[in-house]
Ligand binder design. Structure first.
Ligand code: 3HC
Length: 333
């Protein structure tokens, strides 16, 4: 096996000498403070390993479930070009999920375990993917806002302390930036179109704006993992800092499109040098992450169905691999 993590399968090795754990922990934190990357074979506290497994697997699940709302529009894309671009984007999300599952596997959890956690409903994935895509404008709004929020959150993750996660994020962010531009391009076309098309763009913005702000997670004061994750440089910027940056970046883009954020309290604050914005409905957020959003059940049902539909392919591939291995053994004998 190629990592200590896989050998121990997530169990922290017992230090042989009293006090050794403290010196391991001190050296580990010093490496993080020096901006050194932690690699899978390196010593790490069990809590660091578990935090990363939690975050990276949730992130991977988000990419995989995130394929569903947009996949819903592939057959109804308005032109051949839009259809080809959307297929490519949805495929990219699947690829992101694969990089991220691989990064999590280096920490000693198997892909099968992670998938089981997703399909049983035990694992979280991003709240945003539990909202429906009602019109073509939603595909524009997802690219512009959801991928925009994802990039805002993920660019700092390129500098996170765990090597495999940070390297996966560099590649993913390059693709996300294309995704964001394709969404904005759809919004531009709609906003420059007929009044009905512009109204469709505005309606999509109205429905996706607040859920996009929720993507960054609870306010810092209520974020249970933030303090420790910041110390370990898993989190470089806080939930609220990222949310504010996203608002500041996105409001001028809406102005350019000629549509309005659905927030009467949104206002440039000269003193702070940031936009002030209205209160977020955290009750809605908690309801969605508990499994009660508009599409939670449908999303999981679709993933479970996909696993069942694909079972015969996995069984056939396994049977073929066993047949080949048996043949190779016979020939070698
Ligand atoms: N949706 C669902 N759950 C969320 C959430 C959200 N938007 N925001 C926070 N939570 C959950 C956390 O997972 C945690 O639950 P847990 O303890 O059961 O694991 C709880 O709420 C408390 O939140 P914290 O702020 O303490 O949690 P974190 O420190 O993990 O911060 C995070 C949350 C900022 C989302 C962080 O996990 C993170 O940066 N994750 C990596 C990025 C990611 O997963 N992005 C998802 C979107 S990917 C995407 O959009 C795909 C693209 O192609 C569009």
């Amino acid at each position: 096996m190629y990592t200590q993590a896989l050998d121990t399968h997530g169990k922290e090795p017992v230090p042989p000498v009293a006090g050794e754990a403290d010196s391991h922990a001190a050296r580990f934190q010093a490496r993080i403070d020096e901006e050194e990357k932690i690699e899978p074979k390196d010593w790490m506290p069990e809590a660091y390993r578990q935090t990363l497994i939690r975050q990276i697997s949730q992130h991977a699940h988000s990419e995989i479930v995130g394929m569903l709302p947009e996949g819903n529009w592939i057959t109804r894309a308005p032109t051949l070009k839009r259809k080809a671009v959307l297929i490519a984007k949805v495929q990219d999300e699947g690829g992101h999920g694969m990089y991220l599952y691989s990064a999590a596997e280096t920490l000693g959890i198997s892909r099968a375990e992670m998938l089981e956690q997703l399909l049983s409903g035990a694992a979280k994935y991003s709240s945003i993917f539990n909202y429906p895509t009602l019109t073509w404008a939603d595909i524009g709004a997802i690219g512009w806002l959801v991928d925009g929020a994802a990039i805002m959150n993920q660019i700092p993750l390129c500098r996170c302390s765990f090597g495999p996660y940070s390297r996966a994020m560099i590649r993913i962010c390059k693709e996300e930036s294309f995704h964001q531009r394709q969404g904005f391009d759809i919004m531009i076309k709609l906003c420059q179109g007929r009044a009905e098309q512009k109204a469709m763009a505005q309606d999509a913005l109205n429905r996706w704006w607040w859920p996009s702000l929720m993507m960054f997670g609870p306010p810092d004061a209520d974020s249970v993992h933030s303090a420790q994750s910041a110390l370990w440089k898993i989190k470089i910027l806080s939930n609220d800092e990222l949310r504010q940056r996203f608002v500041d970046q996105t409001v001028p883009q809406a102005d350019y499109l000629g549509i309005k954020m659905p927030d009467p309290l949104l206002k440039w604050n000269e003193q702070r040098g940031h936009y002030d914005f209205g209160p977020i409905d955290w009750e809605e957020f908690h309801n969605v992450i508990k499994g009660n959003g508009p599409c939670n059940r449908d999303r999981l049902r679709t993933r479970v169905q996909a696993r069942e539909d694909g079972a015969w392919v996995r069984e056939a591939a396994l049977a073929y691999a066993e047949k080949r291995a048996a043949k190779a053994m016979k020939e070698a004998a």
